[in-house]
Design a protein around this ligand. Structure first.
Ligand code: ACO
Length: 155
């Protein structure tokens, strides 16, 4: 799939934070507000409309984390998620990070498929993360989201 009609760019401080998108990936506005303080927001635009976002947080000199990746529902399944992750990995490489990580729930089957297909490997399980950090019960694919699975790849 070619993406010649897409533009990937970092959001500047004057631009609106794409909360509509961020909340698709993370239902906790409180957690989003917290990690945005130490993260950079990138967006993908099509015909000047923001259709997806990816948030990168610096963890250490060599490690960064994709805290949030989301595509508007009407644009999902067209390779945009893959495009966002590939572009943010390039940003991480150009910024001299060595490793990039991404966390998702045990119930996020499609996301686990996508991240592993893009070269991420399971590195850690944070048991009961979703039970401890979210007030509401989260269920996907008929499975309760309980644990956070962290995946990493060399950039
Ligand atoms: N179920 C099954 N397969 C999926 C799913 C899914 N939910 N999402 C992506 N895939 C597969 C596609 O079939 C495709 O496979 P292929 O290359 O073999 O054809 C591959 O992954 C790439 O898919 P894209 O079209 O690039 O994915 P998309 O543009 O839909 O973006 C994303 C994926 C970001 C997960 C999107 O579906 C989305 O915004 N979902 C809601 C928010 C969300 O869950 N975000 C991730 C939370 S975790 C975090 O943010 C760190």
């Amino acid at each position: 799939m070619t993406h010649n009609d897409l533009t990937f760019k970092q959001c500047n401080e004057q631009e609106l934070i794409p909360f509509e998108l961020l909340l698709l990936a993370d239902p906790s506005k409180k957690l989003i507000d917290e990690y945005l303080k130490t993260s950079k927001i990138f967006v993908v635009e099509k015909n000047e409309k923001v259709i997806g976002t990816v948030v990168l947080q610096i963890i250490s000199e060599i490690l960064c984390e994709i805290k949030n990746v989301a595509v508007l529902p009407e644009f999902q399944g067209q390779g945009i998620g893959k495009y966002l992750i590939e572009n943010i990995t390039l940003v991480a490489r150009q910024s001299n990070f060595r490793t990039i990580q991404i966390g998702t729930a045990n119930s996020s089957i499609g996301q686990l498929y996508l991240y592993q297909k893009l070269g991420f490997e399971l590195s850690e399980i944070r048991k009961n993360f979703f039970i401890e950090h979210y007030n509401e019960l989260i269920t996907e694919n008929g499975i309760q989201a309980k644990h956070l699975l962290m995946l990493t790849r060399v950039v």
